[in-house]
Ligand binder design. Structure first.
Ligand code: NAD
Ligand code: UFG
Length: 334
């Protein structure tokens, strides 16, 4: 059977990627301990893909259980999404972040080396670069992360690089920029636990009335309108980058890192204005002081992704805001 192992496959990026891979595989084997996702996503994925979806509720740190699964299901192709992703929490709970993102990755790799893995794709982050020495960040930019989350992602990348070389596995670490939006069906999307830290989920909760007012963290940066700028990428574009990455990894012996962004830099005010002017959604916001640790602006160099993966992002900022809103409407009913 043509199947793929997806760790963290019930989460935000994993679930969207499975949907985009539906024409490439007959079965998706998800390893997800539900620490930041819900079992109900399994059924939604079955509906969206019409493919076999198996879910194992185990941790990537549990190497014995991984071995048991891989004895009956050969992990030829693997995408590794499972991990913790909050910059703020990573500063408060460094041990937890290293345990999951680094030791968890080591446990997964150790198990895979016993079970004939051929292709491995890893969810890394633009956070590995740190303070921009120049922009756009290209893949040769120095990697000096400024928070523990970024340090764990960089350590995992380095581990994967060495493991892939030793085990002759084709591997790619994809450095994502800022994923936003949701599947156009509105059936899957990002569901943060507690008060969201990130811009788009926060805006959605202000629009739905769960939160009162967006705090815009600073309007005195040296950016186009003073507010922070990021490279927001539609989740479906990001998911499709994994389809391209798997195709590339299968036909080339890769061991590389690739940025996955749009190459555009969008400000917080531009996002607010897109909701207001193009979707007629107005919400309250206040300009407050800068958030400690925030960089003013960064965006992706996309040449490598275009050249190697033959992939580029297609969606506009309006698509990102519209699909986020659509998910919010459905999500409120779930
Ligand atoms: P998410 O939290 O929605 O998904 C991660 C999934 O992994 C969740 O379903 C969670 O239950 C699972 N998980 C966590 N720890 C686990 C463990 N020990 N064993 C098994 N499953 C475990 O996050 P996401 O936004 O989908 O991110 C996926 C990956 O992409 C993460 O590794 C994250 O660091 C990386 N990333 C995310 C962003 C972003 O902004 N969302 C940006 C760059 C990189
Ligand atoms: N922002 C606000 N108000 C909010 C939230 C965010 O003004 O309530 C601003 C921030 O100051 C920043 C921009 O919106 O200028 C984006 O902030 P996010 O928190 O959405 O995203 P970050 O770029 O700070 O961080 C995200 C993820 C990290 C990841 C990084 C790079 O949270 O995990 O992108 O991929 F590492």
């Amino acid at each position: 059977m043509n199947r793929i192992i997806v760790t963290g496959g019930l989460g935000y990026i994993g679930s969207h990627t499975i949907v985009e891979l539906k024409d490439s595989y007959d079965e998706f084997v998800i390893i997800d301990n539900l620490s930041n996702s819900e079992e109900s996503v399994v059924e939604r994925l079955r509906t969206l893909t019409k493919k076999s979806i198996l879910h194992f509720n185990i941790s990537i740190n549990d190497e014995l259980e991984l071995d048991r699964i891989f004895q009956s299901i050969t992990p030829k192709h693997v995408i590794h999404f499972a991990g913790l992703k909050s910059v703020k929490d990573s500063e408060e709970k460094p041990y937890e972040y290293f345990l999951t993102n680094v030791a968890g990755t080591a446990s997964l790799l150790n198990s895979l080396s016993k079970h004939q893995c051929e292709n491995f794709i890893f969810s890394s982050s633009a956070t590995v670069y740190g303070e921009p020495k120049y922009l756009p960040y290209d893949e040769n930019h120095p990697t000096i992360p400024i928070n523990n989350y970024g340090r764990t992602k960089l350590a995992a990348e380095q581990l994967i690089n060495q493991w892939a070389t030793l085990n002759k596995v084709s591997s790619l670490s994809l450095r994502y920029f800022n994923p936003v939006g949701a599947h156009s069906s509105g059936m899957i999307g990002e569901k943060p636990v507690g008060v969201p830290n990130n811009l788009m989920p926060y805006i959605l909760e202000v629009i739905s009335g769960k939160l009162k007012c967006l705090k815009v963290f600073g309007d005195d940066y040296n950016t186009k309108d003073g507010t922070g700028e990021r490279d927001y990428i539609h989740i479906t574009d990001l998911a499709r980058a994994h389809v391209a990455a798997l195709n590339y990894s299968k036909s080339n012996r890769a061991n590389d890192v690739i940025n996955i962004g749009t190459g555009n830099s969008i400000s917080v005010m531009e996002i607010i204005d897109t909701f207001k002017n193009s979707l007629s959604i107005k919400f309250e916001y206040d300009i407050v002081s800068r958030r400690p640790g925030d960089l003013p602006k960064y965006f992706a160099g996309t040449d490598k992704a275009r050249k190697l993966l033959k992939w580029k992002a297609e969606s506009t900022v309006l698509d990102m805001c519209r699909d986020s809103l659509n998910w919010q409407k459905h999500y409120n009913k779930l």
